[in-house]
Design a protein around this ligand. Structure first.
Ligand code: PGA
Length: 263
């Protein structure tokens, strides 16, 4: 069903997910420092996802750099009476080019369903945003051998509207829930196997040529210490980094290592 793919034609990408951390001024300062350390990283795409409150300030800092801005979430409606939500149009208006969708903290903590994720993807793509669809199994699912079934099911449900093709705007982030913020990292063999399965599933949905263009990332306790090993995984196109992205020096090391290994 699946064929081994080389990632070399796809541009590596490192995304920093700052979650609910940093004030507006702290966010701008971290972005400034990171931009200073990285210069204009041409071979690796670098994306920062601060809190909603800091999108504008971080966007202002990144404007003069090669780094790009992301939102951590989006609502599926364009506007209306949805207290506390932010639409794709509003996100785009702050300068975001990317959006994370279906992060496990959204799914597990806030009860986001595949139906919601599917609608969010559609709304974001309609605005031309690059969507980072996060998928991954819980510890219980992992231990009971359901990883492949769970991730395949998420992909099929979340991408159900998009049989015409991914239009170059979809990125998949495989993030095992048990590896997020725990210091436990999936092994290279596990990541490689699931990434291959993901590309096989994308190929069933979109056809092989379109599936080949989609970047597939890993996330879950990525650090400056383990990036060198992770980056050698052939079918890994990049990383989604939480905790370690809050420290500019560490995140810069992650980006530079990815750049060096994926050369
Ligand atoms: P972590 O988070 O790097 O802190 O494990 C990853 C994520 O949630 O995207």
């Amino acid at each position: 069903m699946t064929t081994k793919t080389r990632s070399s034609r796809r541009r590596p990408i490192a995304i920093g997910n700052w979650k609910m951390h940093l004030t507006v001024s702290e966010s701008a300062a971290v972005a400034q420092r990171l931009a200073g350390l990285l210069g204009d990283p041409r071979r690796v795409e670098v994306v920062i996802a601060p809190s909603y409150t800091a999108l504008q300030s971080v966007g202002g800092v990144l404007k003069e750099t090669g780094l790009l801005l992301a939102s951590q979430n989006v609502h599926w409606e364009e506007k209306g009476a949805f207290t506390g939500e932010v639409s794709a149009t509003q996100i785009k208006d702050t300068g975001c080019r990317f959006v994370l969708i279906g992060h496990s903290e959204r799914r597990v903590v806030f009860g986001e369903t595949d139906e919601m994720v599917r609608r969010k993807l559609a709304a974001a793509l309609k605005q031309g945003l690059n969507t980072v669809l996060c998928v991954g199994e819980t510890l219980e699912q992992h231990q009971s051998g359901q990883t492949v079934a769970v991730v395949r099911d998420q992909l099929k449900k979340d991408l159900a509207d998009l049989t015409d093709g991914p239009s170059g705007k979809i990125i998949i982030a495989y993030e095992p829930v048990w590896a997020i913020g725990t210091g436990r990292v999936a092994t290279a063999a596990q990541i490689s196997e699931i990434h291959e399965m993901i590309r096989g599933t994308l190929s069933e949905i979109f056809g092989p040529a379109s599936a080949e263009a989609v970047r597939v990332l890993y996330g879950g306790s990525v650090t400056p210490d383990n990036i060198a090993d992770l980056a050698t995984i052939e079918n890994l196109d990049g990383v989604l980094v939480g905790g370690a992205s809050l420290k500019p020096d560490g995140f810069a090391t992650i980006v530079k290592t990815l750049e060096k290994v994926k050369r």
